[in-house]
Design a protein around this ligand. Structure first.
Ligand code: 2IT
Length: 448
């Protein structure tokens, strides 16, 4: 391995030994950058890689809030402003009990490359809290969001850092967060957050964007293989907003989605999740944190408690869309055994590095989440454009732009991999293409 790359990897692992997920993403990305580093010895002189793996800024803060019974609770809030070389920091907020600083850092690092791939001027950021919204009342969620924003508002702004949603943060939370920001600052600066409701500056298609974008990207992969989505059976994990968007677009284009999963197990609906009613029910389930058993009960389908979907044999494409590290070696072996040709990551880092290597060695086409799920943040950037111009585009206009962006992400990934003689390697291609723009901007701006 290239000596400079090896040095940065080793130091990063040592410095971040207590944050295994962050080390995992660094390893995945830096390893694919080797041919680029070899071609650009000038990067070492200014320690470009060492700077790239260190967030520009990361902070945590106390969030104290009162529950409906008058008891006070204390959570920890985070914001990581990872890299602002190509635009204001941009990335979601995750509210979930398992959130740690290491998780926010890995998501911020991934976000930097993903945002670069969109071609739009957005830097990488991420934030969140170990607050778990499951089982909380609307009033409790509102008080938590207000308490969270009472610190965060000082550090964000439309040209500074623009948070959005992620797991546990949807339109309801963004509404409360924006209300608090407006109250605290006494300004109508709605470009400070994306994923807003339509009545105060949200963009059409933003709720659908991550899922629709993933399907548009999948279509490019299929076209590359002279294949088509019509009639394909897709195994989607998760049952959140992203799975909803994937299923909605997949069904519209003639594919069949028979599975959904949650932490309680998975459901098999042999007819497919194929009606507006079934698809919209997913949103209700997510809002109420019901788990997927609720779907099985309502539509009389088989529920497999505690099980994951990776062992099923009747799908052509897997799309993990729940959370990180859903697929390790055991699951990768099941996927290879099932004979599935396409493994399209959607959630951030759903696969361990070992599992990715195993899938690729066994001829599975693997697409990386930082490319596949970039449609969400891309439409967030389009929401920022609409807010700054004080206008709103039609659903067709936004959808068309989203489609073009996803096609381009696939194209530049393919070209980047080819430029370095790597063949059809979508992972290396996305890492190299995402890296190059950020690297060029950092090189141009001098050393900080
Ligand atoms: O992981 C992601 O890209 C997001 N959670 C969306 C970020 C955004 O700013 O829309």
């Amino acid at each position: 391995m290239n000596a400079y790359l090896e040095k940065v990897l080793k130091e990063t692992r040592e410095k971040n030994a207590s944050q295994p997920e962050f080390c995992q993403t660094i390893e995945e990305v830096l390893t694919s950058l080797e041919p680029v580093i070899e071609r650009h010895p000038e990067y070492e002189k200014v320690d470009l890689l060492g700077r790239m793996v260190e967030p520009e800024r990361i902070f945590s803060f106390r969030v104290a809030w009162e529950d409906d019974n008058g008891n006070w609770h204390t959570n920890r809030g985070y914001r990581c402003q990872f890299n602002g070389a190509i635009g204001p920091y941009k990335g979601g907020l995750r509210f979930r009990g398992n959130v740690t600083e290491g998780m926010i850092k890995f998501l911020g690092f991934e976000q930097t490359f993903k945002n670069s791939l969109t071609g739009l001027p957005i830097g990488g950021g991420k934030g969140g809290s170990d607050f778990d919204p499951a089982g909380k009342s609307d009033a409790e969620i509102m008080r938590f969001c207000q308490a969270y924003m009472s610190t965060l508002y000082k550090y964000i702004g439309p040209d500074v850092d623009v948070p959005a949603g992620d797991i546990g943060v949807g339109a309801r939370e963004i509404g409360f967060l924006y209300g608090a920001y407006r109250h605290l600052k006494s300004v109508f600066e709605n470009g400070v957050l994306t994923g807003k409701g339509l009545s105060y500056g949200g963009s059409l298609i933003r709720p659908e964007a991550t899922g629709y974008g993933a399907i548009y990207y999948l279509q490019e992969v299929l076209a590359h293989e002279n294949d088509t989505i019509v009639g394909k059976r897709i195994g989607v994990s998760g049952y959140g907003n992203v799975s909803w968007g994937i299923i909605k677009k997949a069904v519209e284009l003639g594919a069949v989605c028979c599975y959904i999963s949650g932490s309680d197990g998975y459901v098999h609906d042999p007819e497919g999740i194929n009606t507006d009613e079934k698809i919209e029910y997913l949103l209700e389930m997510r809002e109420k944190h019901t788990g997927v058993k609720a779907y099985a009960d309502k539509y009389g389908c088989e529920f497999y408690p505690g099980e994951k979907i990776w062992g099923v044999k009747d799908v052509d494409i897997f799309m993990p869309a729940a959370t990180q590290n859903e697929v390790d070696m055991e699951e990768a072996k099941q996927i290879v055994e099932s004979g599935v040709k396409y493994y399209i990551e959607v959630s951030n880092m759903p696969t361990t590095n070992e599992a990715i290597a195993y899938l690729k060695e066994n001829g599975v086409i693997v697409a990386p989440s930082k490319a596949v799920n970039a449609g969400g943040v891309a439409v967030s950037a389009l929401e920022m454009s609409q807010n700054s111009e004080r206008l709103s585009w039609t659903a067709e206009e936004v959808d068309q732009k989203l489609h073009g962006i996803m096609k381009n992400i696939h194209k530049i990934s393919v070209e980047a991999a080819e430029e370095y003689g790597l063949g059809y390697d979508l992972i290396a291609g996305a890492n190299i293409a995402g890296f190059q723009k950020v690297a060029d901007a950092m090189m141009a701006q001098g050393v900080f």
